[in-house]
Design a protein around this ligand. Structure first.
Ligand code: FMN
Length: 199
């Protein structure tokens, strides 16, 4: 009877014994002296935007940061098996565009008004640029979009822009409005613009 009780008690206490014995290594403080570390330290999501326009140069820069072609000839973010199969759509100046990194161009998709399908939170309508990330890889597209979005966060932080990634969008309607193929799906939205009172 007692033997059984002690056996059960030891099973219950086992996780705590394991925890108590875990080795702990205190790390040195992160060295935040570099510009990159300071940008990471300041990165944040913003839910307040002015309608101040973003210049074409800024748009070009932030799209390159998101998914441009880098020195090595791959992208500014890693892609599974180097398939480079992320697509970035831009809602800018009341039109929808597709980013063509190789040609460093925007290709017009349509002039349709789609803000209702993106802007389910009021602040979104104030912002001058909305990116929509799409992909066709069920396993890795979210990773690709997340990496691109983080690049844009760092770019925005560096340039005094606000940004936020959002999943609260109407993905089915947007798939239709972006004329996506059968396999292509909408992953998320990223809002970009200047902070309020930044004229
Ligand atoms: C995949 C994903 C989806 C998100 N969707 C939304 C969203 O729909 N609306 C929103 O206001 N914030 C959204 N966020 C932003 C998070 O709320 C935000 O990153 C989190 O609160 C942490 O704040 P920080 O980015 O300032 O560190 C999303 C973030 C991620 C990563």
């Amino acid at each position: 009877m007692w033997g059984r009780f002690i056996f059960i008690l030891s099973l219950v206490l086992l996780p705590f014994e394991v925890m108590a014995e875990a080795e702990v290594r205190k790390l040195p403080q992160p060295d935040k002296s570099s510009e990159l570390m300071q940008l990471l330290d300041k990165r944040h999501s913003s839910r307040s935007y002015s309608n101040k326009p973003v210049s074409e140069q800024t748009l070009s820069d932030l799209l390159w940061a998101a998914f441009g072609i880098n020195q090595k000839g791959t992208r500014t973010v890693p892609t599974a098996m180097n398939k480079q199969n992320l697509n970035v759509y831009v809602v800018y100046q009341n039109s929808i565009w597709s980013y063509d990194a190789a040609a460093n161009s925007l290709i017009k998709v349509s002039d349709e008004e789609i803000s209702d399908y993106i802007a389910k939170q009021d602040f979104v309508k104030d912002a001058p640029v909305n990116l929509i990330y799409t992909g066709s890889d069920k396993e890795f597209s979210s990773f690709h979009a997340g990496a691109a979005a983080q690049n844009v966060y760092l770019y925005a932080t560096n340039k005094g822009l606000n940004t936020i990634v959002r999943a609260y969008i109407d993905k089915d309607e947007l798939k239709d409005k972006l004329h996506l193929g059968r396999e292509e799906f909408v992953i998320m939205n990223q809002v970009i613009g200047y902070p309020e009172n930044n004229f």
